[in-house]
Design a binder for this molecule. Structure first.
Ligand SMILES: N[C@@H](CCC[C@H](N)C(=O)O)C(=O)O
Length: 332
């Protein structure tokens, strides 16, 4: 086995480890989940909310495989795609690249620097799907939009959609982190009703026009994270599906971990979300993949990018102040 090159990136403080190469370049198929668990371990490992394996192709595009910190696979991590895409843009010194996962293509574009000097990228997702082939809620008809569904919560209207990973989105008028955690755990623990699991997002409009919102997601396979990029895209689509915001309108999204923007563009009559936000490099490390299959602490040689971390701090603080002024006090 060759050394593992890992770059820790974050999108709105959703920490993702991007590993050079395909999973089977480094691990036997039965070993991948164990390696991911160990990499994401915040005490013994490198610490993250997920792992993207990224294999570059000769033509400047790449293939990617995402794993949650519990070792389960998903079709997308929106924030991780920001980071992985940014690494590709840098590697090829280009302004646009395409990353494939299974049958899906994600176009990543350079979006310059924020006023804080934080690197931004925009990810174009596949069109959203309100009638997913794999049911997110079992035994119901699709589209499943704005429905009060007791197995989810007896008092909240919920919408199911794939972007292409599975999401359940609720627009609320008062935010309660406890209620989100309870609902997220209920979904995770009720596989007879939610057979493939789902990321659960609560969306709180911060202005009457709903083009500035707070979103918090209880992620499948990860729990509460500072931000979920695919949750942002899914929530953005739900805001338009419920008629609250016009599709082309850019919505400012405040997550506990930072800010992003999202809008919907038309693709053959379907909505294609654009997710734009920071893609920050935290550190680069090299390690022996064999240590990931053992028990002890993980040794690695690494280099931290303090300039990028510091630039993001200013943006982060400004966002927390805005949330606090709006009466939202997230704990992650
Ligand atoms: N953090 C992510 C979502 C990661 C995958 C998700 N938990 C799932 O299982 O679908 C994001 O930024 O989208």
């Amino acid at each position: 086995m060759s050394q593992l090159s890992v770059t820790k990136v974050h999108g709105s403080r959703n920490d993702i480890l991007v590993v050079d190469g395909a999973p089977d370049d480094h691990f036997a198929s039965g070993e991948v989940a164990r390696a991911v668990l160990r990499l994401c371990d915040r005490r013994l490992g490198l610490g993250a909310d997920g792992v993207y394996f990224l294999a570059v192709d000769g033509d400047g595009t790449a293939r990617a495989w995402f794993f949650n910190p519990d070792g389960s696979a998903s079709l997308l991590c929106g924030n991780g795609m920001r980071g992985a895409g940014r690494l590709l843009l840098d590697r090829y010194a280009t302004e646009e690249t395409v990353v494939h996962t299974g049958p899906y293509a994600f176009t990543v574009r350079d979006a310059g620097l924020s006023k804080h000097g934080v690197r931004q990228v925009a990810v174009e997702l596949p069109p959203v799907d309100f009638t997913p082939a794999e049911p997110i809620v079992a035994g119901v008809g699709y589209p499943f939009v704005g429905r009060v569904f007791p197995a989810f919560d007896p008092s909240l209207a919920v919408t199911a959609l794939a972007v292409p990973n599975s999401h359940l989105v609720t627009v609320i008028d008062t935010y309660s982190e406890d209620a989100l955690v309870t609902t997220g755990r209920r979904v995770a623990g009720t596989s007879a009703v939610f057979p493939i699991g789902a990321n659960v997002s609560f969306v709180l409009p911060l202005v009457p026009s709903a083009d500035e919102v707070f979103i918090q997601t209880y992620e499948r396979g990860a729990g509460l994270t500072p931000s979920c990029g695919s949750g942002v895209a899914a929530s953005r689509a739900v805001l338009s599906r419920l008629g609250l915001v016009a599709p082309h309108q850019s919505v400012l999204v405040r997550n506990p971990g930072g800010v992003a923007r999202s809008r919907l563009q038309d693709r053959d009559g379907r909505w294609q979300p654009i997710l734009e936000g920071n893609a920050t490099v935290v550190f680069r490390a090299e390690l022996d993949p064999a240590v990931l299959l053992g028990e002890g602490p993980i040794q690695y040689v690494g280099e931290t990018d303090f300039a990028e971390i510091t630039a993001f701090d200013a943006l982060f603080k400004e966002n927390l102040e805005a949330l606090s002024a709006a009466g939202v006090h997230p704990t992650v």
